[in-house]
Design a protein around this ligand. Structure first.
Ligand code: NAD
Length: 396
């Protein structure tokens, strides 16, 4: 095997996810076929203490509080993991500089921001993808493959969900993800929505209409300084959509919830059709359930998913897979596609898929405001304002 090509990687936003990148790159040798050798060389954060953690990563040469210092050709690829209200300006600057990047979801705070980012990327030479790692679990990959092969037959119904629960603790202090000015009017959908739209969009399932139930359960939270702050975001969102399909339309339900008691970080999918079905949840990551009709009997069987996902690793086939493995897979897919070597393997979410997700969340806001199903409209480029949000359960 020829030597792997070194790639200098920088991170902008040295928070929760920025640190995870360091962990993923640290395990790169586990990937059997990767043609690259990515090294974390530069880190940017406006908060100096956040940079300190990266001093433990021996390959890091540059620590800076200004991301523009990383646009001069000193890094080959950037990972951008900053609050949502900053996506538009940073992603546009990075694209304009022609630097390749993996940007965190939701790719802007609203459809207007996401569309502007898409325009900037289209006008640049940068190779850009959007973060969404959960579909890289082996069980999810096998479920996707089952569906791509048409083995479910005519789809009866599909459900995708991403469920958190730490917000059940009303004493948990506020952070930017719970404040509309930073997170967006779409609330939880901005935080968790790309995770539930990635696979349906990749399967070509485009909703034609949306009925949404949005819920606000916690109006205030401790501000962490002895006071109280408004927690003005939508906590839970359930979107009942109708997908137009040549074999027959079907309902697709998308759930994103910050308060789903007992679910710590559960990504799950369930699709049933006239010929078969699949079910996978990261809560039970070692297996997936597959339904087939055999000898006239409806059989739900449990299959062990193993350790292998979209990009081969040296990890033993019988070993088990977790969140950090999914991140490694996502990054391996990013670099493989960047090198033109993805082939038929599952790829990262695209800027177009991020924009389609925003159009879906926008339809959810319109549905909630009217209390009815609304047509899905692409290309709205709407810039959300507070008056776009109405009909939310739990708000006066
Ligand atoms: N893929 C996933 O599973 C996943 C999970 C959590 C968060 N996210 C996404 O990652 C992004 C960041 O979330 P997080 O949880 O890491 O947040 P975080 O608050 O832990 O970290 C964000 C960091 O960005 C820094 N920052 C703010 N402004 C900056 C600027 N102008 N330049 C450089 N740094 C700046 C902050 O100081 C902070 O350290 C968001 O888009 C979020 O939706 C993705």
């Amino acid at each position: 095997m020829s030597a792997r090509q070194p790639v200098r990687v920088g991170v902008i936003g040295a928070g929760l996810m920025g640190k995870e990148l360091a962990g993923a790159l640290g395990r790169w040798s586990a990937l059997s076929d990767s043609a690259v050798d990515p090294q974390l060389t530069a880190v940017c954060d406006v908060n100096a203490p956040a940079l300190d953690w990266f001093r433990r990563v021996s390959s890091v040469r540059t620590l800076t509080d200004d991301y523009r210092n990383l646009l001069d050709g000193s890094v080959d690829v950037l990972y951008v993991a900053v609050p949502h209200h900053l996506h538009e300006s940073l992603y546009l600057d990075i694209a304009a500089a022609g630097v390749d990047f993996l940007g965190e979801k939701p790719f802007g705070i609203d459809p207007g921001a996401s569309a502007a980012i898409g325009d900037g990327i289209a006008a640049s030479s940068a190779f850009v993808r959007c973060s969404s790692e959960m579909p890289f679990y082996p069980g999810a990959q096998q479920a996707i493959s089952f569906l791509q092969q048409g083995r479910a037959g005519r789809i009866i119904e599909a459900n995708f969900a991403f469920l958190h629960s730490s917000d059940l603790n009303v004493d948990k202090p506020i952070n930017w993800k719970r404040q509309t000015q930073f997170c967006g009017q779409i609330g939880v959908m901005g935080d968790l929505g790309m995770h539930v739209t990635h696979v349906p969009l990749r399967l070509g399932w485009q909703p034609s209409s949306v009925f949404a139930q949005l819920q606000d359960l916690v109006p205030t939270r401790p501000d962490g300084k002895g006071g109280v702050a408004d927690c003005d975001t939508i906590e839970n969102a359930t979107l009942c959509t109708r997908v137009t399909d040549p074999l027959g339309d079907f309902p697709l339900t998308l759930e994103t919830k910050r308060i789903a008691p007992g679910e710590m970080n559960t990504w799950r999918m369930r699709v049933v059709g006239m010929d078969g079905g699949v079910e996978f949840s990261t809560r039970y990551p070692a297996s997936l359930k597959v339904m087939t009709v055999r000898d006239g009997q409806q059989v739900w069987e449990e299959r062990m998913a193993g350790s292998q996902s979209a990009q081969p690793t040296i990890t033993g086939g019988i070993f088990e897979f977790g969140f950090t493995d999914a991140l490694l897979q996502m990054w391996a897919a990013y670099f493989a596609e960047r090198a033109g070597e993805l082939g038929d393997a599952f790829g990262c979410a695209t800027p177009a898929e991020a924009l389609a997700s925003h159009d879906l969340f926008d339809a959810a806001l319109r549905s909630s405001a009217t209390g009815s199903a609304v047509p899905f409209t692409s290309g709205t480029r709407r810039r959300h304002v507070a008056s776009d949000v109405a009909g939310v359960i739990g708000r006066a």
